[in-house]
Design a protein around this ligand. Structure first.
Ligand code: PRP
Length: 190
């Protein structure tokens, strides 16, 4: 059983910066001459959204939502509950849902459904990271995706483990370290 964990850089800050700029360029091109409304999903997306908004060369407004998720690890009955709604109407707006990571897809599936009912002009999804191997909702995909990653637990750049590590500049994998015996060697499990 691993007791401690160490961090291994998976996506260095320079690559994050490149991907954020690339996503912002695509959004700027796709919505030229229009207003876009970014909806950040708290808390993880706050760092990505803060960098993204400054790279978009359009008229932009921002709002936030927060959700709580249950049962995501175990099965497809994972439930999502809204704990903070938008401050204002999105009717007729170009809305971009901004997420740090697209994992099972349950969060974005839920948010997409409730936001579509509010009749935005367009509704797109921007996700810095995508873990396609974990997808439970098959038809969820990001319109603007930065980096596809393997099924590793990642932290940093907004992503947390028990609320820690959100402030790391790089995206890191959390790697379990083996428990050591009294001689400093890894303990062997039978
Ligand atoms: C993470 C992440 C996404 C969601 C993606 O949020 O920020 O919102 O999970 O996972 P899904 O595709 O499996 O639904 P988390 O619930 O960890 O909350 P946080 O953003 O406050 O850290």
């Amino acid at each position: 059983m691993a007791k401690s964990q160490k961090l291994k850089v998976l996506v260095p800050r320079a690559e994050i910066r490149r991907k954020v700029r690339e996503i912002a360029r695509r959004i700027t091109r796709d919505f030229r001459g229009e207003h876009v409304h970014l909806v950040g999903v708290l808390k993880g997306a706050c760092v990505f959204l803060s960098d993204l908004i400054r790279e978009i060369d359009l008229e932009v407004s921002v709002d936030f939502m927060a959700v709580a998720s249950y049962g995501r690890e175990r099965n497809s009955s994972g439930q999502v509950k809204l704990i903070k709604d938008l401050d204002s109407s999105i009717e007729g707006m170009n809305v971009i849902l901004v997420e740090d990571i697209l994992d099972t897809g349950l969060t974005l599936d839920y948010l997409r459904r409730i936001l579509e009912e509010r009749r935005p002009k367009t509704l797109r999804i921007a996700a810095l990271l995508d873990k396609p191997s974990r997808r439970i909702v098959p038809d969820i995909r990001g319109d603007y995706v930065g980096i596809s990653i393997p099924n590793q637990f990642v932290v940093g750049y907004g992503l947390d483990f028990g609320e820690r590590y959100r402030n790391l500049k790089d995206i890191c994998a959390l790697v379990p370290e083996p428990e050591l015996n009294e001689h400093g060697h890894p303990k062997h499990t039978p």
